[in-house]
Design a protein around this ligand. Structure first.
Ligand code: ATP
Ligand code: MG
Length: 374
């Protein structure tokens, strides 16, 4: 009887020909995050047990849920022993829930539930409760092995990182953009994080904050390439030439162009932002049209349909919230105009733009780091 974790991945199974590619990506992600032996089985993935493994698996996109328990042979007596072994020290009621993909096994699921259930009653004196048991014993009968567990843990869901391709994700240090990055990862994107920074009293703190955010995101992705792009010279130029009400839009268009340059170097196919409609002045439809039209690539804002409370809830769940609310703000927030434009017009804005050289230089001067936590 071997301690194992059995991983289920839901959505992959429906993807026809791509299935093997998806499974490969997920297996690699699991190997990397756990450092354990991983085996592909029919419709599931088996992982060698380790003490802290659940914490790691909980963060891997593509995993729907997993069971932590034991593996036995396809023999009812072994299954019974495994069931007893997997029970916690204290409980009053239980139920057994079997799924059987091995149609040659002599008992069907209901019969297995009954036999194992009766055995547990006999050995422990505890009662069966089908509606609201303290413990559920899950049994998965496969062709060559059987998994038995009472710890069933939900995963992140979604798709394995990388199956959709690479994207540039603009990470500001606020609450929203790390959540947007996570949402993109969960739909199969591998993110390259990009942050634009300036030189203020607080900039070392801001950079540290961005690095910690990238580390948090790396817990989900395995490794995050982080670009720190100096924005100071461009910002000065913009302040010199552009009326205050339009500056934020011009900043963000400049960021878009540079994001596209990085995307080209990194083979990325879209730009992710933390924009949320109507949340701040730059996020009206008119403004987003003007900002996004500076990008050749599709700009995808995963938070567009969410309320702030929903975003915060995810931020807390994924562990970025406490980092995001550290007081150091990114390069743009400290100089928001008193009356920013909310109905920008493209011609109005483009007449002030001639930052090609500065943007190229900023990209050349940017610092690149592969951030990883394991
Ligand atoms: P956030 O909470 O992510 O900062 P926000 O609601 O405060 O978002 P803005 O600050 O206007 O809105 O930024 C909108 C989006 O533009 C951010 O979510 C991010 O994707 C991008 N962005 C803004 N500033 C920067 C920056 N300095 N570096 C990288 N991306 C940025
Ligand atoms: Mg912000």
């Amino acid at each position: 009887m071997e301690k194992v974790v059995v991983v289920h991945y839901g959505e992959i199974a429906t993807k026809g020909k791509n299935r093997e590619f998806f499974e490969r990506k997920l297996i690699n992600a699991i190997k990397r995050a756990t450092g354990r032996k991983v085996r592909r089985k029919f419709g599931r993935i088996e992982v060698e047990y380790a003490d802290s493994i659940a914490e790691r698996l909980k963060k891997i996109p593509g995993i729907k849920y997993f069971g932590v328990g034991v593996k036995t042979g396809t023999d009812i007596e072994e299954i019974k022993k495994a069931a007893i072994r997997s029970l916690p020290d204290e409980f009053n009621s239980f139920k057994v829930e079997t799924s059987r993909s091995n149609k040659n096994f002599p008992l069907n699921s209901i019969e297995i539930n009954r036999e194992v259930g009766a055995y547990i009653v006999e050995r422990t004196g505890k009662g069966v409760n089908l509606r609201n048991p303290d413990v559920t014993v899950w049994i998965e009968v496969c062709d060559r092995e059987v998994y038995v567990y009472t710890r069933k843990i939900s995963g992140v869901g979604g798709l394995p990182v990388g199956v959709a391709g690479r994207v540039v994700s603009l990470v500001s240090g606020g609450i929203d953009s790390p959540v947007a990055s996570f949402m993109a990862m969960k739909r199969g994107c591998e993110i390259v994080a990009v942050h634009f920074f300036n030189r203020t009293m607080h900039s070392p703190k801001v950079r540290e904050k961005i690095k910690i955010l990238a580390e948090k995101l790396a817990e989900y992705q395995g490794e995050v390439r982080l670009y720190m792009v100096p924005f100071y010279e461009i910002q000065l130029e913009i302040i010199k030439n552009v009326p205050a009400r339009l500056r934020m839009i011009v900043y963000r268009r400049s960021m878009m162009r540079m994001a596209n340059m990085i995307a080209e170097m990194e083979g990325c196919k879209a730009v992710i932002t933390g924009d949320n409609l109507s949340q701040v002045a730059s996020q009206t439809l008119d403004n987003l049209n003007v900002i996004y039209s500076a990008s050749k690539l599709a700009v995808l804002p995963p938070l567009i349909g969410m309320d702030k409370e929903e975003i915060i809830e995810i931020a807390r769940k994924i562990g970025t919230y406490d980092i995001s609310i550290l007081p150091y703000d990114d390069c743009c927030s400290f100089m928001i105009a008193r009356h920013p434009e909310t109905r920008a017009n493209l011609e109005d804005v483009t007449k002030y733009e001639s930052f090609d050289r500065l943007e190229r230089e900023a990209i050349e001067k940017s610092e690149v780091e592969d951030v990883r936590v394991f």
